[in-house]
Every structure is written in structure tokens, then in C-alpha cells.
Design a protein around this ligand. Structure first.
Ligand code: GLU
Length: 470
């Protein structure tokens, strides 16, 4: 069975790049009816924070990337430490007592000689000579001194490096906490991970991990290193290119399926199709076809894809997300029309759900306040007779339906010798407080009879006062 894992370190929020890794892991697992696991790599107590673990989980849940787990590395320390002991007793690793000062001096000398900074094996030799040492120590893995190490990557092909390029990796820090490269291998093995999919910033780590797999006598998983996402300026995607955290995108009104669609299309294509449902992604996604070069983030395209999803997604699904936005905005969604009705009327009027939510406040308010410019332009005293006629006609309606409302508006307009537009403009301000809304019949129908009459009453009073003042 295919088993993939997403293994974030909880040192920050889930951002676009890592969400794309998680998505690819999830898609590979889902398309093969396999398992997708979440592993929290929290063995660095100084950098890991629980709030980030929670934020990553919240992001994955919102994206709908269902996972098994999570498995917390911090709860498995004993297991790693036991293996470290085995490595020591088998002579695969050694204790390194080198002080920070020695390592710092070594680094400086190497840099001055224009060499790549690397550990010089000082304690490896001491360990071999069985010279007793004292003080605090780390554990280093004995990297083979010559030969090469290689692995086959699904995207990059066969990769290899001379062992002479790699120094002796620290596998356990002072105090016994394992390092990433060591714990990751033990877990990938223990969790029976079949495809290790991660960012290609880990390529050099993989050589080291291959050594550990070999030391354990275990077969390698399939490796897939996916390219980075870059900003338009060619730099690694970061804050200066705009929002990067997934939860910021939620806040800004992006839909999870739109984000997934966009992230999947970054560096991968299926013919010329741009808009994919989640199900289509599972069906068509092919990890072998992910391109080798870095992908460039294009916020305009993401916005366009979001708009397509907003237009095409089942309003039932959208309403769950709209509800979230309303609660963030302090709008009581029970105090107004069903969310699905609002969505059907409004979803083509914004590129994000946040925009739609913001433009839909007036559906949930008892009375609206008029924008002063809109009121002075449209709510003029000469509309008073038409508003009064309309009030009577609307009060008498027993069916509150768009087509009937439309007819009623025509009738009220013609009775007052107005065009529909001459009535609809002021009426829109009376209903919404401003000049933008869906077609007036739709607007009235969604606002509902009781509120329409209340708002009309308020507008009539407003116009009467204006009339008296004039
Ligand atoms: N904790 C590593 C990271 O967040 C995981 C890399 C891997 O998938 O092995 O980059």
C-alpha cells in the first residue's frame, strides 16, 4: 500500500510551499487508495511551538487534506535514543566532545582557506584510539570516507555525491534530542512510508538519510523532491510577495479547493485544463509529470481560479465557508436569509468570499444606514409617491417571488410615471444603503418581505422629512 507523509516542523504557520508538498503527498496517497500521514517534527525544543502545530493542523483541516495521525516525534524520543545506542555499540556512530569554540575556529580556518566548512573527524579518530574524553557531547554518524552515495529521484533522476563531500552528521544533540535527518529516517522506516515527497531544499539531506537507511540495512523509499515556489522576482516565495500563510488566504476569502487547484497546477499540467475539482485532481494528478524547475507564484491567477470556484461550487458547500466569514465579521447569519440564497445572488459579484461576505452585510441588518452621497443623489423627495404606492403593492403580495416582485415594481413605476430604472435606483439605496446590489428583484426577494417593508417605511419617512425641509 502507498503511504505518504507530510512532516512539518512546527516552527511557523503552514505556507503555500509546504501546503503544496502536503497536497502532493495527499494526492499520491488518495489516487492509489493509500494512506496520508501527518508527522510533527518537533524534536527541536527551542524552535518548536505548540501554537504552530495547532495552526498547521487547522490549515490542513481547512484545506480538507485529511490525514492519519498526527504522530509527534517529541513522544518518540526513547525510540530514537535506543537506536542511537545501537549505532554507538555497533561502531556506526561516535561521541563528539568538540567544543563550540573548536568548531567555530575550525569553520573560520576552513572559510579562510576557501573550503566548504565541515567537521574534520577529530573525535572519530579519538574514538578509534579509545582515548577517554570528558564533558558534554553530541553523537555523530560515521559517514563513509570514500566512495559515493546515490539515489533515484522520481523527478530529478539518479543523483549522487562523493562521500568525501559529506562530513559526520550529528544524529543526537547534547541532551539526547535526535536531529532531523536521523529521526526522519527512523520514522519513515517505522511508519512504512513508501514515497518520501518533500521540497527539493532537502536534496542534500537525502544523501545523508540514504546513509542512515543503509546503516539500518533497510531498503530506500521512493524519493520525490518537488521544486520550490518562487516569487515573480525569482526569489524564494516570502512575505514580501504577499500573503504566504494558508490561514491568511482563508481570511482573505479564498476557497480551499481553489487554493489546492492553484497549487496543483503550479508546475504540473493536465492538457490545457485550468480549473479542477478536488475529485479531478485525485483522478488526473501524476507526480511523474511535475516539472523539475521551480514554479513561479502568480497571485492574479490564483484570484482568477478562486473566482471560478466561487462561481461553480455547490452553494451548500460554499455556505459553510460564508458562515465562517460572517462569524469573523460579527454578523449573525440566523438574522437574515438562508446563506445559499445570498450566495446564489452574490457569488458572481466578488472574486473572493470575503468580498461577497462584505457586500452582503445588508441582508442581515434590520435597518441600513444610507451612504450620504448615494442618498443625496437617489433618495430625492420626488420619489415619495412611487415609494408609497410600492409599499401598498408589496404589502398586499402573498407570494414573495422574484418574477412577481419584478412585475410589482413595473406597476409602481408606471403608476408614478417613472421608468423601472428611476424607481430601482432609489429603491436600491433604500434597501441596501448604497448603489450596488444584484438586480433589484433578486435583492428584494432575498432580503425578504418583512425587512423590505421596514426599510421602505424608513425611506418614506426619510423622504417625507426631506420634502418638508424643501
Ligand atoms: N521537518 C522537515 C521540514 O519541515 C521535513 C522534511 C521531510 O519531509 O523530510 O522541512
Amino acid at each position: 500500500m502507498i503511504r505518504t507523509r507530510f512532516a512539518p516542523s512546527p516552527t511557523g504557520h503552514l505556507h503555500l510551499g509546504s501546503a503544496r508538498v502536503a497536497l502532493f503527498c495527499w494526492l499520491v496517497a488518495m489516487s492509489e487508495k493509500g494512506e496520508f500521514w501527518l508527522r510533527i517534527e518537533d524534536t527541536d525544543p527551542e524552535r518548536s511551538q505548540e501554537i504552530f502545530t495547532q495552526s498547521i493542523i487547522e490549515s490542513l483541516n481547512w484545506l480538507g487534506l485529511d490525514f492519519k495521525g498526527p504522530i509527534y516525534q517529541s513522544k518518540r524520543l526513547e525510540y530514537y535514543q535506543k537506536t542511537v545506542q545501537t549505532f554507538l555499540s555497533k561502531g556506526l556512530a561516535y561521541k563528539c566532545y568538540c567544543s563550540r569554540e573548536r568548531l567555530q575556529a575550525l569553520r573560520e580556518q576552513q572559510t579562510a582557506r576557501k573550503e566548504k566548512p565541515r567537521y574534520d573527524g577529530h573525535c572519530r579518530e579519538l574514538a578509534a584510539s579509545k582515548t577517554p574524553s570528558q564533558g558534554s557531547y553530541v553523537i555523530r554518524f560515521k559517514t563513509p570516507l570514500d566512495g559515493t552515495v546515490q539515489f533515484e529521484d522520481l523527478i530529478h533522476g539518479l543523483l549522487s555525491v562523493n562521500n568525501a563531500e559529506l562530513d559526520d552528521l550529528i544524529i543526537a544533540r547534547e541532551g539526547g534530542f535526535p536531529t532531523y535527518n536521523f529521526a526522519a529516517v527512523l520514522d519513515d522506516l517505522d511508519m512504512k512510508i513508501t514515497q518520501v515527497i518533500r521540497g527539493d531544499d532537502h536534496l542534500t539531506n537525502t544523501f545523508r538519510q540514504v546513509h542512515i537507511f543503509k546503516a539500518l540495512g533497510a531498503p530506500l523509499p521512493t524519493y520525490v523532491h518537488i521544486p520550490m515556489i518562487l516569487g515573480k522576482d525569482g526569489g524564494r516565495l516570502s512575505k514580501r510577495h504577499g500573503a504566504t500563510s494558508i490561514l491568511e488566504y482563508r481570511q482573505a476569502g479564498y476557497l480551499p479547493d481553489a487554493l489546492l487547484n492553484y497549487l496543483a497546477r503550479l508546475g504540473w499540467a493536465h492538457g490545457d485544463q485550468e480549473v479542477f475539482t478536488r475529485q479531478e485532481l485525485i483522478e488526473f494528478f501524476d507526480i511523474h509529470k511535475v516539472q523539475k524547475s521551480a514554479a513561479t507564484f502568480n497571485p492574479e491567477k490564483l484570484l482568477w481560479i478562486n473566482q471560478q470556484h466561487l462561481k461553480n461550487t455547490d452553494p451548500k458547500i460554499l455556505s459553510k465557508h460564508l458562515l465562517w466569514h460572517f462569524s469573523q465579521m460579527g454578523i449573525d447569519s440566523k438574522n437574515g436569509p438562508p446563506l445559499e440564497d445570498v450566495l446564489l445572488a452574490q457569488r458572481e459579484r466578488g472574486k473572493t468570499l470575503q468580498e461577497v461576505a462584505d457586500k452582503s452585510r445588508y441582508f442581515y441588518q434590520d435597518l441600513v444606514t444610507y451612504d450620504s452621497k448615494a442618498a443625496s443623489l437617489h433618495l430625492t423627495a420626488n420619489r415619495l409617491p412611487a415609494f408609497k404606492t410600492l409599499f401598498t403593492l408589496l404589502s398586499d403580495l402573498s407570494h414573495w417571488e422574484e418574477s412577481i416582485l419584478h412585475k410589482t415594481l413595473l406597476e409602481a413605476a408606471s403608476t408614478s410615471a417613472l421608468t423601472l430604472g428611476e424607481l430601482a435606483g432609489p429603491l436600491r439605496v433604500a434597501m441596501t444603503g448604497d448603489t450596488v446590489s444584484p438586480p433589484i428583484g433578486t435583492t428584494l426577494s432575498v432580503i425578504g418581505k418583512a425587512r423590505v417593508l421596514l426599510r421602505l417605511e424608513k425611506a418614506i419617512l426619510f423622504l417625507e422629512e426631506k420634502h418638508l425641509a424643501s
